[in-house]
Design a protein around this ligand. Structure first.
Ligand code: HEC
Ligand code: HEC
Ligand code: HEC
Ligand code: HEC
Ligand code: HEC
Length: 232
């Protein structure tokens, strides 16, 4: 080694510990900030940044919408009775299921489970698929009434409730065109937010239904966007 050559001073043990500690704290803070950012982005855009929409939870009884809607032709409102009348759509009681299943479905394991629940006088703990936080106010009735009935298909609303935007009409009738009119039944409105549930064996969420999704749709449909519409 040539004398006078630059030489790093060996850091003392104490200094080294301090450096390692500072590095650790910095890393933890950075990880924290990244996590918060991911949380905010996914809350705002409703796009789960990491996981994406999943399959939908398994239910205590494997109730297939396909069998009841596509095969039997039951209307959504036959089971979700409150959907045109109030805030919650409501899930039917075991009693309603039993009007058919007292006789229908002998030997099917899931139907036997249903019968056992009924005989025990219990309710089924269905796992919720869609849920807005407690501080948010959502009302089915207003949406079903607004989007059902005879509607003129338009690109952008000009006159109001007698019109439906093409993007929404297409979710009900994929071949819909601007200028046509369509008759929308209450049970067809569901697809705008829930997708084609009648074709789902297990219900899963297909639309974010986060704040920006709600507010964008309200703005596009001349519905109120002030905070108190959705927050108490
Ligand atoms: C025979 C009764 C029946 C009919 C008909 C029916 N459903 Fe359901 N629905 C249920 C039951 C029971 C559940 C709870 C179990 C589940 O999630 O699969 C449910 C759950 C749902 C959910 C998820 C609720 C949540 O937790 O977020 C949606 C959305 C839904 N139904 C929409 C519809 C639509 C749209 C139709 C018509 C195309 C329909 N249902 C027809 C019985 C019915
Ligand atoms: C209008 C009559 C009717 C009502 C109401 C009804 N079901 Fe059914 N369900 C049927 C019929 C018909 C089948 C087909 C039975 C078969 O394949 O033998 C069926 C099949 C089923 C099956 C078995 C699916 C399979 O293929 O394994 C389950 C589970 C079931 N229903 C649950 C329910 C529940 C839970 C409710 C109440 C929310 C309900 N059903 C309401 C008529 C009904
Ligand atoms: C404008 C969007 C929108 C439309 C249209 C809509 N839903 Fe929903 N649905 C939601 C939201 C948001 C939730 C979660 C509400 C909550 O947590 O209070 C939900 C929850 C539900 C639930 C579970 C909780 C409950 O309210 O009982 C059922 C069942 C349901 N919807 C059925 C239906 C049916 C059936 C239709 C059509 C007749 C329909 N929905 C139309 C947005 C919609
Ligand atoms: C598909 C478009 C659409 C989506 C998505 C939507 N809304 Fe709406 N909403 C409307 C329209 C249109 C009205 C006005 C209905 C009327 O004219 O009464 C409305 C009305 C309402 C009302 C007022 C009900 C009343 O009369 O008191 C509330 C509360 C509301 N929406 C909450 C929500 C929330 C929360 C979400 C998201 C989870 C949401 N909406 C998603 C279109 C939408
Ligand atoms: C059309 C309905 C609607 C309107 C109008 C609305 N919000 Fe929200 N807001 C929501 C929904 C839905 C959520 C829940 C999002 C989720 O599931 O995390 C939410 C969540 C929030 C949150 C919690 C943070 C978050 O992202 O979860 C805050 C804060 C908030 N809103 C503030 C406001 C303010 C301030 C206004 C008025 C400028 C407003 N909101 C107007 C529907 C609405």
């Amino acid at each position: 080694m040539i004398p006078g050559d630059f030489q790093l001073q060996r850091p003392s043990r104490k200094k080294l510990m301090l450096l390692v500690l500072l590095g650790g704290v910095g890393l933890a803070a950075f990880a924290g900030i990244v996590l918060v950012a991911i949380f905010i982005i996914s809350a705002w855009f409703g796009r789960p940044v990491i996981f994406g929409f999943d399959e939908g939870p398994a239910q205590p009884i494997a109730f297939p919408h396909t069998r009841h809607v596509e095969d039997l032709g039951l209307d959504c409102t036959f089971c979700h009775r409150n959907v045109e009348k109030g805030a919650a759509a409501t899930i039917p009681s075991v009693g309603l299921c039993m009007t058919c299943h007292i006789t229908v479905g002998d030997g099917l394991a899931e139907v036997e489970k249903l019968r056992a629940t009924f005989e025990a006088g219990q309710a089924i703990d269905w796992v919720r698929v869609h849920r807005v936080p407690d501080h948010v106010h959502f009302v089915h009735e207003a949406h079903i009434n607004r989007f059902s009935g005879t509607k003129q298909i338009v690109d952008d609303l000009s006159t109001g409730p007698d019109q439906i935007r093409l993007v929404d009409a297409r979710k009900i009738e994929p071949s819909a065109r601007v200028g046509e009119t369509i008759d929308v039944a209450a049970s067809q409105v569901c697809t705008i937010c829930h997708g084609n549930v009648g074709a789902m064996t297990t219900v899963s969420q297909v639309r974010p239904l986060k704040m920006n999704d709600c507010v964008d749709c309200h703005r596009d449909n001349a519905a109120p966007t002030d905070c108190t519409t959705c927050h108490y």
